[in-house]
Structure formats: structure tokens, C-alpha cells
Ligand binder design. Sequence first.
Ligand code: ZN
Length: 222
Amino acid sequence: MAYRHIDSQSNEISLPVSKVVCIGRNYLDHIQEMNSTVSEAPLLFMKPKAALCHMHEHLGIPTDKGDCHNELEVSVLLKSPLKNASDDEVKDAIWGIGLGLDLTLREVQAALKKQGQPWERAKSFDNSAPLSGFVPLSKVNNIDDLRFNLTINDEVRQQGHTKLMLHKIIPLIAHMSSIFSLDSGDVILTGTPKGVGKLSPADKIAASLDGHLTVKTEVVAE
Ligand code: ZN
């Protein structure tokens, strides 16, 4: 099925499919595992429409470009446009939250970093952003108090908590909207905690947002 935004009960959400805006280096434990440095201004990058797919249907990874890594992240779906937005305007523009994978070709990324080149070749390929359904914001008590985790073949690989973000969700989106306009239907991926690692075909994946949703899927060679 072509990608459409869906809620956690798999009902279609009537918002356009648009771009994905991502932040890198938003959790200290991940910065440390990568031997990266804390960036003062958020490190931003984008994925195009063709990166989107449904996590429960499709976890296809390229197998001819080196290791493809999991990065499980809290996702945010916008229902209205934002430009130079205040925190309150951001809150009003959020449809809901879910989970997304920022699939990353780690060896390609390392080569790009070395050459000082942008990351699209490593992060913005087709189907590089498998998403869960979205939970309406009204069902979320506190967006800065969300636990999430990823298991691979029943072993915990990633555990995150949104209170540990260096740039919290609402001010982060406000900042993004000061750099480029955000549109209704845009998805924000809010950064990965530690535990990134290689995915292999036939890996069984479960991604959970505590109290809200779990998605089970399996990795296949693209
Ligand atoms: Zn990421």
C-alpha cells in the first residue's frame, strides 16, 4: 500500500504526505556511543516523501551499501503549517505522536562525514523512514515524559525517554520553523537514543511507545 498517514488503529488520517524533518545528536548517550560532539544549534536534515513507508508492512533495507542501522525515534505529525512559530503555536499544530525509524547506512554516513558532505545518501533513500501510526496528542499526558524501546529478536536494543532529549520536542519544532516553513502533513523525527546497530534480513522487530502502541515487523532485503 502506498504510504498514507494512519492512526494507531490503522484508520487513515486525511493529511497530505509530505517531508520528514530530522534532528541528529539529540541524546547524550547516542552522541557518546558515536564519539560525536554536542552541537549547539540542532543538527537538522530531511528525508523526502519517498522515504516514508508503514513500519508494520515494510522494513526493507539496502543490502549492497554496507551496514544499515536502526535508529528508533519519537515521531510527530503536524496538522497545520508553521513558520517562525511560538511554543504555543507548535502545540496547536501537532496532530499526534508515534514512532519512526531513521534508517541509516552507517558506513556510507561515515565516508560522507569524513568528506564533509551532506548525509542524504546515507539517510534519505526510499523507505528510509518506516513509521508507526500516530496517537492523537489529546491522548498524550506529557510529550516530555514518553518511554519507548526497540527489541530485535526479543533482545532489547534501544530504550529511550523523551525527558532526556537535549532539544525538547516543542522548542525543537519551533526552532525548525525558524529555519524553513513546516507544512501540514510534515513528520518530525526527534532523534535517537543509544543502541544503534546493524539490521539483518529476517530480524524480528518490535517497537513500543509505552502505554500507546507496539509495532511488530520483520526486516527484509530491499
Ligand atoms: Zn536519527
